[in-house]
Design a protein around this ligand. Structure first.
Ligand SMILES: Nc1nc2c(ncn2[C@@H]2O[C@H](COP(=O)(O)OP(=O)(O)OP(=O)(O)O)[C@@H](O)[C@H]2O)c(=O)[nH]1
Ligand SMILES: [Mg+2]
Length: 406
């Protein structure tokens, strides 16, 4: 497959100035680069971009292969043939000298052009730097490509020279690609169901949520909640006991449900007991175990009730597995993703790439094994401050994207 053509843009007050700027960097027009478009634009000027004025924008591509030895050779061979034709193919002394000189010039030009071609940069160094930082953060190749394409499209050469400017813009683009889902308690009772693969931290998260809605103003906004927990992980005695330990400790009732009917009955019972928030823990399932997935899905069919389904995914999950999980759990109709074990990863690029590619919003982040402390409402800032090698101005991103609970 051919590489996509990389188009750059340059702006200046006049076309001549624009061409001069491009030639300073990429050499002569037609040799180092080729113009692809020309348009008149408004250039902001002066303090805070006031006093805009008319200007010219030139779109161009950098000629990666501006020298073809074949072309040079051909034209010289043609000249030699012409000289020989004139002398009737006789190679006397002056003709020999002329041909030798021609050969020398040919070599000299080819040599110079090869040097020129080697020195033509194929990519702006700051784009390469951004690419390296994004790779270091483990963003996916497709995500990186989108960012660099956008830089080439939206930034003039002059702006590309300003690394701080493009770094700030890239951080903003990353922030804008993260979607947050506010997990609100709207209905009473509100049912929240956690589904997800085995061992990601569903039960622990249910316990953290129960404790947070009981005590944390950040979660309950100062309101009192009566909470109940249901486990449909009835296949393992330990699973039920695990939730009961937390339930006893917090004085939160725990019920178990084996069938869809059980679950409906338990929910009705909780409702008649004045429970406002019902947290449902499920058995972890391997996305390849289709039968078990279908069984759990069947138990969870809760027609008519406003149920929030959340998919729990561990932050350190391999990119390909994450995509698989996101897709295989789709039949549950989950509204948001809970990113668990955020503390166990130092690179968040793959997570941001997959969530943005699959258009999945994040509602909660869990950051450790401690119940109830290690849970927070998801925020863009929380993701951005975890990026490495970018110079992050926390005040600026908090102003732009809102605060984080950290
Ligand atoms: N580091 C870290 N560990 C966590 C976090 N959340 C849960 N854990 C740990 O992960 C392990 C599994 O947690 P569980 O809550 O039992 O996971 P589960 O998804 O309910 O597991 P199954 O019911 O077997 O599918 C436990 O050791 C938890 O302490 C977290 O945010 N960070
Ligand atoms: Mg569990």
């Amino acid at each position: 497959m051919n590489n996509p053509v990389e188009t750059y843009r340059e702006r200046a007050a006049t076309e001549a100035e624009c061409i001069r700027k491009i030639e300073d960097r990429y050499g002569k027009k037609g040799i180092g680069w080729t113009q692809t478009s020309r348009s008149t634009v408004t250039i902001s000027n002066g303090f805070l971009g006031l006093f805009p004025k008319d200007g010219v924008e030139i779109g161009f591509i950098v000629n990666k292969q501006s020298y073809s030895p074949f072309t040079v050779q051909e034209s010289f061979e043609e000249s030699k043939a012409r000289i020989l034709e004139k002398t009737g193919n006789r190679i006397d002394a002056p003709t020999k000298t002329m041909l030798k000189t021609l050969d020398e010039i040919k070599e000299m030009i080819a040599d110079n052009q090869a040097k020129l071609s080697a020195s033509v940069p194929v990519e702006h160094e700051n784009i390469t730097k951004i690419e390296q930082i994004l790779t270091e953060n483990e963003f996916s190749p497709a995500y990186i490509q989108k960012i660099t394409d956008r830089l080439r499209k939206d930034f003039s050469l002059e702006d590309l020279d300003n690394f701080d400017l493009i770094q700030t813009q890239v951080v903003d683009w990353i922030g804008e690609s993260i979607s947050i889902y506010p997990l609100e308690i709207i209905k009473r009772p509100q049912i929240i169901v956690l589904v997800g693969p085995t061992g990601v931290g569903k039960t622990t998260t249910i316990a953290k949520l129960a404790a947070s809605y009981l005590r944390e103003p950040k979660f309950n906004n100062g309101r009192n909640f009566n909470i109940g927990m249901v486990t449909i992980d009835n296949f393992r005695i330990a699973a039920k006991e695990q939730l009961e330990v937390y339930g006893n400790y917090m004085d939160v009732p725990v019920r178990t449900a084996e069938t869809s009917l059980d679950l409906k009955k338990n929910i009705a019972l909780f409702q008649s007991d004045g429970i406002d928030l019902i947290l449902v823990d499920t058995i972890g399932c391997n996305p390849r175990d289709i039968e078990k997935m279908a069984e759990i899905q069947h138990i969870l069919e809760l027609e008519g009730s406003k149920t929030e389904f959340c998919l729990a995914i561990a932050a350190s999950t391999k990119t390909s597995d994450m995509k698989d999980i996101i897709q295989k759990f789709e039949p549950f109709g989950y509204n948001s993703v809970i990113v668990t074990k955020f503390d166990e990863t130092t690179r968040v690029g793959n997570l941001i790439s997959v969530l943005s590619e699959k258009r999945k919003p994040v509602s909660l982040i869990t950051t450790g094994q401690r119940v109830p402390q290690d849970i927070e409402k998801a925020s863009v800032v929380r993701f951005l401050i975890n990026l490495t090698d970018f110079n992050i101005n926390r005040n600026r991103i908090e102003k732009k994207f809102g605060g984080s609970e950290e």
